[in-house]
Write a protein that binds this ligand. Structure first.
Ligand SMILES: Nc1ncnc2c1ncn2[C@@H]1O[C@H](COP(=O)(O)OP(=O)(O)O)[C@@H](O)[C@H]1O
Ligand SMILES: [Mg+2]
Length: 223
């Protein structure tokens, strides 16, 4: 089943409705490449909310889409990654490469990302750890939510942007939640303060009854 692609003021939005065959994925890649050129799109949004599993072929195809799109001067954003999918990907080493997508293990996570975004292996581990922490919080406290990944170019530098968003119970006292060792879940209480230390920028917005949004950025060291 082909993936419908919507055009909205210069942005192409592809919403994946159900599990895709490898053939569907390749067709999505070709469709997007053609449409980005034809409509001179400046952005591509791929919504993967409906996907319960992201295997290495899917992640690699998404990465190829992001690369093709970038060559044409547009940005790719992947939205709706389920927190448990994000955690599984991190554990498999299929870390999203910042633009949008994950890397295949055999392609060499560190090498590829280092050249693409400018992250060292240890910086990658740091980003993966922070993604894992916020994904775990969504699963534990909010049950459902999503992780959004994209990259940012500013003044010749690149950053990975991670947004973790849920409509769970929210956090009544953020200052308290950000304290080392504070936990309502009988765990270490280091996820939020630890992620803040690991990343370069960290922002948390939460409203009881409405949900929580954590936004984190990690800049590649300029060299
Ligand atoms: N997405 C979330 N929704 C609701 N509460 C959250 C969320 N993330 C964190 N919290 C609250 O903040 C506290 C601190 O989180 P964290 O630093 O990750 O430590 P831990 O998960 O070990 O308790 C949690 O115990 C929980 O009360
Ligand atoms: Mg936690």
């Amino acid at each position: 089943m082909p993936v419908p692609i919507l055009k909205q003021s210069g942005v192409l939005i592809a919403t994946i409705q159900a599990a895709l065959t490898d053939h569907d994925l390749v067709q999505l890649k070709d469709d997007l490449a053609e449409k980005v050129g034809r409509f001179r799109a400046h952005g591509v949004v791929i919504d993967v909310t409906a996907l319960d599993v992201m295997d290495s072929f899917a992640t690699r195809t998404l990465r190829m889409i992001a690369e093709t799109t970038r060559l044409r001067g547009a940005v790719t954003v992947i939205v709706g990654i389920q927190p448990d999918v994000a955690m599984a990907m991190v554990q498999l080493g299929l870390l999203l490469d910042g633009i949008s997508t994950a890397l295949d293990l055999e392609e060499g996570l560190e090498l590829d990302l280092a050249t693409e975004i400018g992250f060292s292996g240890s910086e990658l581990t740091i980003v993966a750890t922070a993604i894992s922490e916020v994904a775990r919080n969504i699963i534990t406290y909010a049950v459902r939510g999503e992780i959004i990944l994209s990259t940012l170019h500013q003044g010749g530098r690149r950053a990975i942007v991670v947004i973790a968003r849920d409509s769970g119970p929210g956090i009544p006292d953020i200052e308290q939640a950000m304290r080392d060792g504070f936990s309502t879940g009988k765990s270490l209480g280091l996820g939020l303060p630890g992620s803040k230390r690991l990343m370069d920028e960290f922002e948390i917005v939460s409203e009881p009854g409405k949900g929580t949004i954590v936004t984190m950025k990690k800049w590649a060291r300029s060299r």
